[in-house]
Write a protein that binds this ligand. Structure first.
Ligand code: 3PG
Length: 397
């Protein structure tokens, strides 16, 4: 794909797809990570003399003008970060968009209203894409985190205008290439989260590529259940037991060493004042019927830390325990801190992504020391599943 270094920018209108699908409460942006992520591209375009026309979606209005899903609340925090005025057009196509774009001063910035207010966006309707394309001379996709969607603004536009990868897109793709494309070995994965069923493709893809894979979170219970362990009242997808066994067989055949919990931190309720115990999962009767696993235990954690020390590359998706509730954040926090220390000293390439994962790393205060933390949720998962992301593929053509 082409990067902005190859673009002729002076005097051009750059139509830039960003991902401003940010956490919002009561009409206020509560986490501006994704706004910050767009700054290098906006800066580069302005420096090159382009006008910047920002396209984005917010939430899932399904083709209707849902007022609570307006992008208007993004304007002010964005303008503060850019350090220049940001205009707003209350439609992304038609007269309103045209008027706002025409009124831009040189190097000016405008944000257009939610592209998903139009049904043509998600349908990737060529007519809608054409209407969007009217607002720009070139197209820049800087929304890696929306690149798993084949929508008009993420895919269709790349066929209508000269298309470039933005700076955030480029950084994301470089990091992912470093983590799984052509990584330094040994490569370790940490995969957590509640359910095996949501991460089947991911696990199946990873066991063929990694030397170590630590499985934590609720999904580890399903694996242990599948192996005949007692897991008490823990979260478990019993119907996935066969699938879990197949994944373990596949890992064995591929030479991927799986780390599953041998001990666990359990409690009867998920509360920070609940009485907790550490149990050996192989010990018959150790888990009472009311006991629920909320974190991996210290022995398992030590194994995970050792594997991280051995690894040259780490790719992380999903917390090891219920990190939102102390003390069940311990394994996640300690593993994250260990990885961050090694990454900071240059001994480990550590890449993480996926909504919960980023929140967990932020809670551990280590995001800044990771080699790369993706801004993507679903797109990161699909990429880890080995899938082609339509938004990325469209740029490569
Ligand atoms: C995200 O927040 O992961 C992206 O913006 C994609 O949003 P979507 O799942 O609504 O397509």
């Amino acid at each position: 794909f082409r990067t902005l270094d190859e673009a002729d920018l002076a005097g051009k209108r750059a139509l830039v797809r960003v991902d401003f699908n940010v956490p919002m409460e009561g009409g206020r942006v509560t986490d501006d990570t994704r706004l910050r992520a767009a700054l290098p591209t906006i800066e580069k375009l302005r420096k090159g003399g382009a006008k910047v026309v920002l396209l984005a979606h917010f939430d899932r209005p399904k083709g209707k003008r849902v007022p609570e899903m307006s992008l208007q609340p993004v304007v002010e925090p964005l303008a503060r970060l850019v350090g220049a005025p940001v205009a707003f057009a209350d439609d992304c196509i038609g007269d309103a968009a045209k008027a706002a774009i025409d009124a831009l001063p040189p190097r000016g910035v405008v944000l257009l209203e939610n592209v998903r207010y139009h049904a043509g966006e998600e349908k990737n309707d060529p007519e809608f894409a054409k209407a969007l394309a009217a607002g720009g001379d070139l197209y820049v996709n800087d929304a890696f985190s929306a690149a798993h969607r084949a929508h008009a603004s993420t895919e269709g536009l790349a066929r209508l205008l000269p298309a470039y990868a933005g700076e955030q897109m480029r950084r994301e793709l470089e990091a992912l290439e470093m983590a799984l494309g052509s990584p330094k070995r040994p490569v370790m994965g940490i995969v957590g989260g509640a359910k095996v069923s949501t991460k089947l493709d991911l696990l199946n893809n990873l066991v063929g590529k990694l030397q170590y894979l630590a499985i934590g979170g609720g999904m580890a219970n399903t694996f242990r259940y599948a192996q005949g362990y007692e897991i008490g009242g823990s979260l478990c997808e019993k119907e996935m037991a066969d699938t879990a066994r197949q994944i373990l067989d596949k890992a064995k055949a591929a030479g991927c060493h799986i780390i599953l919990p041998t001990d666990a931190v359990v409690a009867e309720q998920l509360a920070s004042d609940a009485a907790t115990r550490t149990v050996e999962l192989s010990e018959p009767g150790a888990m009472g019927p009311q006991d629920k696993i909320f974190d991996v235990g210290p022995k398992t954690l030590a194994q995970i830390l050792d594997a991280i020390s051995e690894a040259a590359t780490l790719v992380w998706n999903g917390p090891l325990g219920v990190f939102e509730v102390q003390p069940f954040d311990r394994a996640t926090v300690e593993a994250a801190q260990h990885a961050a220390r090694l990454a900071k000293s240059g001994k480990l390439v550590a890449v993480a992504g996926g909504g919960d994962t980023v929140a967990a790393l932020n809670a551990a205060g280590v995001s800044g020391d990771f080699t790369f933390v993706s801004t993507a949720g679903g797109a990161f998962l699909e990429w880890m599943e080995g899938k082609t992301l339509p938004g990325v593929a469209a740029l490569s053509k």
